[in-house]
Design a protein around this ligand. Structure first.
Ligand SMILES: Nc1ncnc2c1ncn2[C@@H]1O[C@H](COP(=O)(O)OP(=O)(O)OP(=O)(O)O)[C@@H](O)[C@H]1O
Ligand SMILES: [Mg+2]
Length: 490
């Protein structure tokens, strides 16, 4: 059963139950008041004609009735009638006696009643004794008794009372009113049903459509919430789910693309040294290396190429483990100033050999602790320094280290006065396999993984890494690390 039908049924049921309960409680109330089941049965049919008259009216009416039956001539006596009329005055009723086609007595109060024409006809059986009549714009309710005067003239007694015009009006309009009320109820029911189902069914249909789209692999649409209610919240949640799904699928596609690119790069980078090794081995086999010097040179080239491959495979392995987040980080608190000093000391021999002057700018009192993994961080420093060494051709080779403390993190700069990087290459140097000079040969060595690995390591530390470089002036690599505990006042 559809929600629309269910709502319609529930509204209708509610309506029927309400009307039913209303009727039942009304009937019970009447039963409680009258104590008579029969009165309920004839309630509507007899309501108007049996409308009870006051005790005063009743007693006057009975007296007059008695007179009409026993001494009808008395009803021609004006004084007697006036006395009765006087009694009726107290209850705002009045007396009319009709004889034949004229009034024998008509109270002064009922000026609007003129002529007997509109009064109900004589009826010897006295069945319809109570009703409502209208004279012009006025309405009157009456009790009537028909009798014969001694001279066989037709006589009628009316105890008559002016009533609100609405009484008669409502009597005539009652069935129409009930009909209109029912129609109104049905229309209201219909409108309510329409409004409620529209606010539920329409967004549900939209969600159904969206689900079908997702099932068919289409995620390029938007689910908009039209309301703030539960259904609106569902739409918002649905839209969030669609966005996440889209993001994750896009990411997957990107990964897939990356994987393909990675495989192609790896095969290229492995093939180059292998081809060279094969060439030299073939040379040896063919007897090209015919002197011990040549043989020595061939063998050392083979060895160097194999070593390069080994290093490349190591880098690849590390890179892929970092990429898959499968590498363990042993974070500890490190004093960066001491760490860099130690690092410089360790590499001092290499710096000396390369003729590099090392400068370390620090604020001596500044011994902020950072959170880092010693080994991985060393890898970052080595990668950056190696690049600097590789790209320094000037006579005066300088590498400078500086530490800057900001409120949120510690910023480390490693600056060289080397060749610098082409501005077009700057955004790419942290990409894997990227080599700015495109020297995919043995001259500069390297696979283009050094900075990609460094970037991953720094990101794992919750930091950032970037470059500033000017051609022929030098390059600065910056990276940030998080404080272990921010000391007071700094
Ligand atoms: N200090 C620098 N001066 C000039 N160019 C640099 C510097 N550092 C990096 N580059 C450029 O950025 C590129 C990428 O560096 P990256 O360390 O990732 O790779 P690589 O040094 O070529 O290879 P690997 O580090 O894997 O041996 C380098 O090829 C180089 O062109
Ligand atoms: Mg490098």
């Amino acid at each position: 059963m559809s929600i629309r039908l269910r709502m319609l049924l529930s509204y209708t049921a509610m309506l029927v139950v309400t009307i039913g309960l209303f009727i039942i409680s009304g009937l019970l109330m009447i039963l409680a008041i009258t104590g008579d089941m029969g009165s309920i049965k004839h309630l509507f049919a007899n309501h108007y004609s049996h409308k009870p008259i006051t005790a005063q009216e009743e007693s006057v009416f009975l007296d007059l009735k008695y007179l009409a039956l026993k001494q009808p001539e008395q009803l021609l006596d004006e004084d007697t009638l006036k006395a009765y009329d006087e009694q009726l005055k107290d209850v705002s009723s009045a007396l009319i006696i009709r004889k034949g086609d004229s009034f024998v007595y008509k109270t002064d109060k009922l000026k609007s009643i003129h002529g007997v024409k509109n009064l109900p006809k004589f009826e010897p059986s006295n069945i319809h004794i109570r009703d409502t009549i209208s004279y012009g714009k006025y309405y009157f309710s009456y009790v009537k008794f028909d009798f014969y005067f001694n001279d066989k003239d037709l006589g009628s007694i009316f105890v008559i009372k002016k009533v609100s015009p609405y009484v008669a009006l409502s009597k005539n309009l009652f069935p129409i009113l009930i009909g209109v009320l029912l129609i109104l109820l049905i229309v209201t029911n219909g409108i309510l049903n329409f409004l409620v189902t529209r606010s539920i069914v329409t967004p549900l249909s939209a969600l159904k459509l969206a689900t079908q789209k997702i099932r068919d692999g289409n995620l390029n649409f938007k689910v908009t919430a039209r309301s703030n209610d539960e259904i609106g919240q569902l739409s918002v949640a649905y839209e969030e789910m669609r966005q996440r799904l889209k993001e994750s699928i896009d990411l997957q596609l990107k990964y897939e693309e990356n994987r393909k690119e990675l495989i192609s790069n790896i095969s290229h980078d492995l093939r180059t040294p292998i081809t060279a090794i094969k060439g030299y081995v073939e040379g040896i086999k063919d007897g090209v290396a015919d002197s011990p010097q040549k043989m020595d040179s061939y063998l050392s080239t083979i060895y160097n190429r194999a070593t390069d491959m080994d290093a490349l495979i190591d880098d690849l392995f590390l890179f892929s483990k970092l990429d898959l987040k499968k590498i363990q980080f042993n974070f500890e608190e490190i004093d960066m100033v001491r760490y860099i000093n130690y690092f410089i000391e360790e590499l001092s021999w290499e710096f000396e050999e390369q003729g590099i002057e090392v400068r370390f700018h620090i604020n001596e009192n500044n011994h902020e602790l950072v959170i880092a993994d010693r080994e991985k961080l060393k890898r970052v420093f080595v990668n950056i320094i190696q690049n600097s060494i590789k790209h320094m051709k000037s006579h005066e080779k300088i590498i400078e280290f500086s530490i800057e403390n900001t409120n949120e993190f510690i910023k480390i700069e490693i600056r060289d006065n080397g060749n610098g990087i082409e501005p077009t290459s700057i955004p790419h140097i942290f990409d894997r396999f990227y080599r700015a000079d495109n020297a995919r040969n043995a001259l500069t060595g390297g696979s283009g993984l050094g900075l990609a690995i460094s970037k991953q390591i720094i990101h794992e530390h919750g930091g950032d890494i970037w470059v500033e470089s000017e051609l022929r002036k030098g390059t600065s690599i910056f990276f940030t690390l998080q404080y272990a505990k921010k000391s007071e006042g700094s």
